[in-house]
Design a protein around this ligand. Sequence first.
Ligand SMILES: Cc1ncc(COP(=O)(O)O)c(C=O)c1O
Length: 364
Amino acid sequence: MINISQPTIGEEELRLVSEAVSSGWVSSQGKFTQEFEELFAAYCGTKYCILTANGTVSLHLAMAVLNIGPGDEVIVPDLTFVATANIVKVAGATPVFADVRKNDWCIDSDDVRRKITPRTKAIIPVHLYGHPADMTALKVIADEFKIPLIEDAAEAHGALHFGQKVGGIGLMGSFSFFGNKIITTGEGGGLTTNSEEIASRARLLRDHGMSTTKRYWYTQIGFNYRMTNMQAALGVAQMKRIDSLIAQRDEILSIYRHYLEPAGFTLNPSLENNRPVNWITCVLIDGIEKTQRDNIQLILKERGIDSRPFFYCLSELPMYQTDSQPVSSHLSKIGINLPTFPGLTEAQIKFISEEFIIAVEKCR
Ligand SMILES: Cc1ncc(COP(=O)(O)O)c(C=O)c1O
């Protein structure tokens, strides 16, 4: 089976993780947590990075830092991974779904504007599948209404919008280092920011709300959202190859484009003034129903190829059921993700593409 995703783990990863383990610093204290925070912040062009246990709690930490809770609303895209909305709910607030745009599949700033109310306390643009959201337009809205932007950059490490790295454009940026992400720590996350005040509040809340000067004295209710030193060791090793991992993913996308675009398929967006990263290869299959898309996936599986459907619209999920957004709803039914990971060979991509075209023809 050709997997949808695979981490790239080499000698350096093994060396640093075993150094962390044998040092005895297996929990969150130790040199690697600090080193990874510094390396990742520098990479994103931010002053601070606060490592967390995963990308979900890192978003939740952002909610807590801003005191978002009952009675508040947070605008999120309808087409995204479920955690973007769940953390708003977990904070006791209400996620409000905005549609995405046809050209980049990211949150539509015009729809965001329509959905702002006096209760709106934050906007979470998601850089979906590695393409930056239109942060320029969103910043205009954020400044006008004084609403903070929290970038969900879980899928977009290294992507650029007008030359600026994602995660460093809004008030905060949230990343995931899950095993299928551009760099991984197994599980893991990070919150980036340029604000010293936000960084120190995030650190406090990440560590149970414990005073930094008085041990076991808690000034507010917090969490244990820390990353371990062992995971951070993996992160430090991955940072040494992040640019190469991104370049290899670019190459994979260009080979997929070579085989699939002449056959009429639309692949990952790439708008002017943006430098998207290919977290995962996306293909739209125009003119099909959702059931046909599911059948295409079954045929691919029989041929030894793993694939993923696009995310379901969050507004269509049982716990959120509300008016679904037309562009999000359409894309979610016709989109499919194909295997994407450094090490995937040109011959494999050719095979996947040919089998994909055959499967689509069979199901149309
Ligand atoms: C857009 C988005 N947000 C948040 C997350 C949550 O990250 P994690 O799986 O590390 O909790 C993911 C993870 O896949 C994601 O894709």
